[in-house]
Write a protein that binds this ligand. Structure first.
Ligand SMILES: *Cc1c(COP(=O)(O)O)cnc(C)c1O
Length: 423
């Protein structure tokens, strides 16, 4: 039987053996993931049926975009899927950072305090908050105070410290990031967040609880807005776009808060009423339909990577058998050459641009140089197989995505082979 892995992709037989031994070990874990995938698939179908989605909604309007039926349908479906009152799902929300920025800048006023309780937010938000740079439009320059508290060494939120912070700062907005970002911690699970959100609601009922949900969608059967988060945001070229959405971001949450974000996106008095979809509606919804399956494939890839690289002696986060609430797999490589070799392997496994070699570059929004392997159908889409990491010790690589498990598996083999060739 011809083996494409061996003959066409030039994977050494020992590497195939190593990876497939891990795969066999993980069979029972993989089987369990089907439950979440199926629940989420039924949730999405239910939302589409409930809102009577029909092919007329795939048309689009021009000019102001009043009464774009597809846009309204998409937002109603998103609200239902995420157990929220309302949603803003737009192609002119340019990425996840923009979606998060719309929430923060519309909800915070001069004199207000934002408290991040999961350590520093994701790198691309640092300039917005005013942690670095000196942008006129940063929250800091607009007179908004920012405070953060670190997670415990176990990656949890210490309720005593939280209680002190809440009492002393009386924050207007409390911010949680579900996923790891460029850190070496596990994602906050819905269970972790549920206790904390409940606690905050009791102590400071009027605070807005906001969650950065990037990379977390469909990892569990409930989302942060199902358990009390007031507003949350994410990117359509990550999990909820299913690899199909061309661009866009989403915000879901309380109707009054969504209205504020919508007025910031367009203008006060215009809000959600205007804005074209440019024919993207079908792809956004088809992507949402596929997302539970795609997320499950990516998750299997992440767990396989954890097992393979841990067995090869690299520290990994999360551990292969740990509960997961995002699709990120962090692997500590401790060496810039290894980080580059890993990314070269992922790139070589790609269906698009497999022939290029990723190099570190100064990516907008990031403080250190970043190396990024991505051979994606949608530029920058990280629900497609990708690997990246900032060029700083201890040289963590963040492995994520994979529209199909087999593709992720090929990436793992290629990355491992390049690492082995270094030594
Ligand atoms: C990707 C990401 C963002 C920013 O999203 P972009 O779409 O790249 O702007 C924010 N937070 C987290 C945790 C992310 O993973």
């Amino acid at each position: 039987m011809p083996s494409y892995l061996q003959e066409k992709h030039q994977i050494n037989p020992e590497i195939i053996q190593t990876v497939e031994a891990s795969e066999k070990n993980l069979a029972s874990i993989f089987l369990e993931l089907n439950h979440t995938k199926e629940e989420n698939q039924y949730k999405v179908i239910h939302a589409m049926q409930k809102h009577r989605l029909s092919d007329q909604h795939f048309n689009w309007t021009t000019g102001y975009g009043y009464n774009d039926l597809g846009r309204e349908k998409t937002e109603a479906i998103y609200a239902t899927v995420f157990d929220a009152e309302d949603a803003l799902v737009r192609p002119n929300i340019v990425n996840g950072t923009h979606a998060l920025c719309l929430c923060l800048s519309s909800l915070l006023n001069p004199g207000d305090t934002m408290l991040s309780i999961t350590g520093a937010p994701y790198d691309t938000l640092h300039q917005l908050i005013g942690l670095v740079g000196n942008h006129e439009q940063s929250l800091k320059n607009l007179g908004i105070h920012y405070e953060q508290m670190e997670l415990t060494p176990a990656g949890k939120i210490d309720q005593e410290i939280l209680s002190d912070k809440i009492n002393s700062l009386k924050p207007k907005l409390i911010y949680l990031q579900r996923s790891t970002g460029y850190s070496f911690r596990t994602a906050l699970t819905i269970g972790d967040m549920e206790g904390v959100i409940h606690f905050i609601k009791k102590q400071l009922p009027h605070a807005v609880i906001m969650v950065d949900n990037c990379y977390g969608e469909f990892l569990e059967t409930r989302e942060p807005t199902s358990i009390g988060a007031d507003i949350m945001a994410g990117s359509l070229i990550k999990n909820p776009g299913g690899g199909i959405a061309l661009t866009g971001g989403y915000i879901v949450g309380k109707a009054s808060l969504i209205e504020m974000a919508a007025q910031r996106l367009t203008a006060p008095g215009i809000g959600k009423e205007c804005g074209l979809t440019f024919g993207t509606t079908r792809l956004v919804l088809q992507g949402l339909f596929l997302a539970p399956t795609v997320v499950c494939e990516a998750l299997k890839g992440a767990i396989l990577a954890a097992d393979v690289f841990q067995k090869c002696g690299y520290p990994v986060k999360p551990e292969p058998e740990a509960p997961r609430s995002d699709i990120i797999q962090a692997i500590r490589l401790d060496c810039p050459k290894k980080l580059m070799a890993f990314c070269k392997g992922i790139q070589e496994a790609a269906p698009v641009d497999s022939f290029v070699t990723p190099m570190p570059w100064n990516m907008p929004g990031y403080e250190d140089q970043v190396i990024m392997a991505a051979g994606a159908f949608i530029q920058g889409s990280s629900i497609e197989l990708s690997a990246d990491g900032p060029m700083r010790p201890p040289y963590h690589v963040y492995f994520q995505g994979g529209l199909t498990y087999a593709h992720a598996k090929l990436g793992i083999m290629k990355a491992l082979q390049h690492l082995k060739e270094l030594v």
